[in-house]
Design a protein around this ligand. Structure first.
Ligand SMILES: [Zn+2]
Length: 487
């Protein structure tokens, strides 16, 4: 049974699902107004490993993620600018064009990082009727009120509002307390908007009719409604970045439990921040590193995944280029060791069992991915045969998703090609001109070997190009069976 740290109880709890053998999992998805930074991607990667680990441990996981394409303001507490409008203005596009472009970019990044797409991906704009229904019930039950045209959730109606930060305030964002623009329509400082009809954004593009007038939903309601309508009344585990714990997740719990009339989700999984030496990574301040930037600098995205897997999700991770270089070197060596194993044959189940059990223990111990990676090295170090090693590595990598088997295959093929190229170097090049300068001999030899290689690869255009270059240099060549002579 897996134990996971639970932000609600602040202890490592045995993860028990509402229905044995089944698990419903909800993930707060991206607000698609800009590229994801690598800190956001770390969170999605750790949630991906969580889902794969739960499946590996035998649970039937049903997972849902929303796409925020409306309603998210730059401060999570209903203040600041509208993120989607900000993106649209920045790029002179419509909000829907921005949403489409960055949703696509997000999934491309996920693909490169081997992050599996959840079974249900739900854009907020596709579920407006559900949000309205939920808000109607909240008003009926007395948990929501209308003031100055907007609908607010009344937090004073709850027995407990600060569910996450009773003792861990320092770890949580302080959205409401930072609020510089005090909303005078709110009865309590912690109340939040469920539906906006009085928008301060004159050019708000996306609006829908509602019982309270034309407007758009608040950010928090979308996750409550999408989760309840897609995964049912009892959610087993809710995931997100730690900065979502307050106020976003706090508000989600308030809305969902008020709506349902019972407890909603007992297990909360929060991934800590990725920091740079200059502080927390964010899109508005500090360094904004994207996966494309890492690729431009020559890093394989899976090296970044490897870098993240070596650290625990509940620790802040400090990103540095030196750290990533270290991960790249270690990843390369790991792949080379796997590439050196001989494929084929049958795995020895008895020999595999103890190695598998240390991998399982690592996962069950609060998803300790760094110990899981160690378990993978232990397989390589062990005295078992290559077939069993390969079977275990492939099995472990179905959870870690480091692309190890594929990378090893590529490395093996590259090594074979290199060996072939080296054998082509035995190709003889004879100089028929007496007293030629050694530098010229070397240069011509280099070109002729390159031409021979091009011909071998059936790249005749390149072979011809080299031949004309030699002609221009005043050199004539004669091909023979095992080489070439020139003068
Ligand atoms: Zn959410």
């Amino acid at each position: 049974m897996i134990k996971l740290y639970n932000s609600l109880t602040r202890t490592k709890d045995e993860f028990i699902t509402h229905e044995p053998g089944r698990c419903t999992m909800y993930t707060c998805g991206p607000t698609v107004y800009h590229f994801a930074h690598i800190g956001n991607l770390r969170t999605y990667m750790m949630e991906d490993v969580l889902e794969k680990a739960l499946r590996y441990l035998g649970l039937d996981v049903k997972r849902c993620m929303n796409i925020t394409d409306v309603g998210h303001l730059t401060s999570d507490a209903d203040t600041g600018e509208d993120k989607m409008l900000k993106g649209a203005r920045r790029e002179h596009k419509t909000v829907m064009q921005i949403a489409e472009y960055y949703t696509d970019a997000f999934f491309k990044d996920c693909g490169k990082l081997n992050i599996a797409i959840p079974e249900y991906v739900v854009p907020a704009t596709s579920r407006i009727a559900d949000f309205i229904e939920m808000i109607e019930v909240l008003i009926e039950k007395g948990y929501a009120y209308i003031a100055e045209g907007n609908v607010y959730f009344d937090t004073s109606k709850l027995d407990e509002y600060y569910v996450f930060n009773r003792h861990e305030a320092e770890n949580l964002e302080v959205g409401v307390r930072e609020g510089v623009e005090e909303d005078t329509a709110k009865k309590n400082k912690t109340d939040f908007v469920l539906w906006f009809t009085k928008s301060k954004f004159e050019d708000q593009e996306l609006k829908w009719d509602s019982p309270w007038g034309t407007g758009y939903p608040g950010w928090h309601i979308e996750c409550s409604a999408i989760s309840v309508k897609t995964l049912g009344e009892y959610l087993d585990i809710h995931c997100g970045g730690i900065d979502n714990a307050f106020p976003h997740h706090t508000n989600e719990i308030a809305q969902s439990e008020a709506y349902l009339g019972h407890k909603w989700c007992p297990q909360w999984f929060h991934v800590l921040h990725l920091n740079t030496s200059s502080g927390k990574m964010s899109k508005s301040s500090g360094e904004f590193l994207t996966l494309s930037l890492l690729e431009e600098k020559g890093y394989d995205p899976l090296v970044y995944r490897f870098f993240c897997m070596q650290s625990h999700y509940r620790k802040s991770l400090v990103f540095s280029w030196e750290g990533l270089d270290g991960a790249a070197a270690a990843y390369g060596k790991l792949v080379a060791r796997i590439a050196a194993l001989k494929p084929g044959g049958t795995a020895d189940e008895e020999a595999a069992a103890p190695l598998r059990s240390s991998f399982v223990s690592a996962l069950e111990n609060d998803l300790n991915t760094s110990l899981a990676v160690t378990a993978l090295y232990d397989v390589l170090k062990s005295g078992i045969d290559d077939a069993t090693k390969l079977a275990l590595i492939s099995e472990f990598d179905s959870v870690l998703s480091l692309g190890l088997i594929k990378a090893a295959e590529t490395a093996r093929k590259a090594a074979e090609k290199k060996a072939q190229t080296e054998s082509s170097a035995e190709f003889t090049v004879t100089c028929g001109r007496e007293g030629a300068e050694p530098a010229l001999i070397e240069e011509v030899k280099g070109l002729l070997l390159e031409r021979a290689e091009a011909k071998k690869n059936r790249d005749f255009a390149k072979a011809d190009e080299i031949r004309s270059r030699l002609t221009e240099m005043g050199i004539s060549i004669t091909d023979s069976k095992n080489g070439v002579s020139w003068s």
